[in-house]
Design a protein around this ligand. Sequence first.
Ligand code: ATR
Length: 276
Amino acid sequence: MVAYKFALIGNPVTHSLSPWIHQQFLKQINRQGSYDLCEVKKEADLSEQIDYFKKNNYLGFNVTVPYKETIIAYLDELDLQAKKIGAVNTVLIKDNRLIGYNTDGLGYVKSLEAHTQLKKDARILILGAGGAARGIYNGLKESAYLSVDIANRTLNKAEEIKETNPRGKTSVITLTEAEKKLNHYDLIIQTSSVGMKPNSTAQLISLKNVSQAIVSDIVYQPIETQFLKQAKEQGASVHYGHSMLLYQAEIAFNIWTGKKVSAAKLDNELKSKLEG
Ligand code: ATR
């Protein structure tokens, strides 16, 4: 059997958890394979890197910062989610053609559904309006969660995200408004990098008006962010950031290989690794 070859391109890539995750998936299906970390220093080097993958029979690759948008110009085809989001995190190489996908949003929704019993009519609030928020917003709307508000420091960035998917109802609000009306929401999702190591005492907004909600943070280093700590103190349930990472990888692995693997089986192990 031919070994499966995958890779990640971005800058930096050294601390990525994806090689570990994909090695676990390979073990689950009893296949040999590799997942390389390829640091691409500048956009001008993308072409050469992609040619290398094509010539050496890679099945596909992931794309991370800063190339999630710029990679699109090098692809032959884009799936619908990637088009709506305007960014690609997974590329399939098939018959020498490059097809771009974005598995972040649907990965987030899968992780949520694996851990919570959220109803489709839940009132959802996204905090932040960067690339991650854009993916999650579209993933939620595509999965028929239709009440999704967005709060952000820069309001027009949130408006732009709203326009990517007109399904359902969305209000754009300020972070101050969001803080005041948190008890209005069933799910609150923190999508900015605020609170990430080494600034782990930072918190985007206060959660003092939360009681019953599910509070989710996509930051997973540290696994228990200041945001989630306060959510717990308020009596809310929490959804940890590492699980989005696992489920977006599960979808990517399926796109590349056609094989079903289980992110759920890796959940506790990855969480313990991050708790370190
Ligand atoms: P991404 O990689 O998803 O784009 P990011 O650079 O952390 O991540 O930005 C995500 C969001 O976090 C942005 O919407 C940003 O707000 P602005 O649109 O106003 O720039 C928000 N964000 C980041 N740091 C912030 C901070 N200190 N205070 C408020 N919002 C912040």
